[in-house]
Write a protein that binds this ligand. Structure first.
Ligand code: GAR
Length: 205
């Protein structure tokens, strides 16, 4: 069986990128990160990819006249590398139909809240300031809305009265680093079924 080929898109530190990379290496899974796509030259995630010998496609959105133009270039790269799954991991841009159409059902995102609450930027800060007692992490398929695609998995994270925002951030990241690699593994094994907005998981027995 040929290996499952993923492309990770990220904009910043890349702690989720690292967690995915470490998980596939440690578990010796037949999953390979074939490409990192990054929209911010100088982002720490690029260093992480280069250290691991993973090819990087880095671009500056403002060098293009439209989103569709750079997304088409990305699609060409993904097709060259025969990517099976796009994994958005802190990629802080909306995607358009140029990417969504060819990859619907093959593109996932992680978001640091229990969607549909607290979409968009700074979801952890939004939840903290709102004063909710429980927030969490959502992994979902990507459509062309903002954090609106079908939900694959959610995990709650409690907010305790004494928690600082930094502590909450750490707690959220811990959960992200556990569940994102898990979901990728399930998809690679064909254990995730998408029907309309509903997603069914078939974990290993
Ligand atoms: C993660 O917390 C991820 O959930 C969030 O960006 C962070 C990236 O961290 N994504 C979003 O807010 C998307 N709407 P990382 O670069 O250390 O993986």
């Amino acid at each position: 069986m040929s290996s499952f080929r993923i492309a990770v898109f990220a904009s910043g530190s890349g702690s989720n990128f690292q967690a995915i990379l470490d998980h596939v290496n440690q578990q010796k899974l037949d999953i390979h990160i074939e490409l990192l796509v990054c929209d911010r030259p100088g982002a720490k995630v690029i260093e992480r990819a280069e250290k691991a010998g993973i090819p990087v496609f880095v671009f500056r959105p403002k060098d293009y006249i439209s989103r569709e133009m750079y997304e088409q270039e990305i699609v060409n790269e993904l097709q060259k590398k025969q990517i099976d799954l796009i994994v958005l991991a802190g990629y802080m841009r909306l995607v358009t139909d140029t990417l969504v159409k060819p990859y619907y059902g093959k593109m996932i995102n992680i978001h640091p809240s229990l969607l549909p609450a607290f979409t968009g930027l700074d979801a952890i800060g939004q939840a903290y300031k709102y004063g909710v007692k429980v927030t969490g992490v959502t992994v979902h398929f990507v459509d062309n809305g903002m954090d609106t695609g079908p939900i694959i998995k959610q995990e709650p994270v409690d907010i305790h009265e004494k928690d600082t925002i930094e502590e909450l951030e750490q707690n959220i990241h811990k959960v992200e680093h556990l569940i994102y690699p898990e979901v990728i593994e399930l998809i690679a094994e064909g254990r995730v079924r998408l029907e309309g907005r509903r997603v069914s998981l078939y974990p290993k027995k």
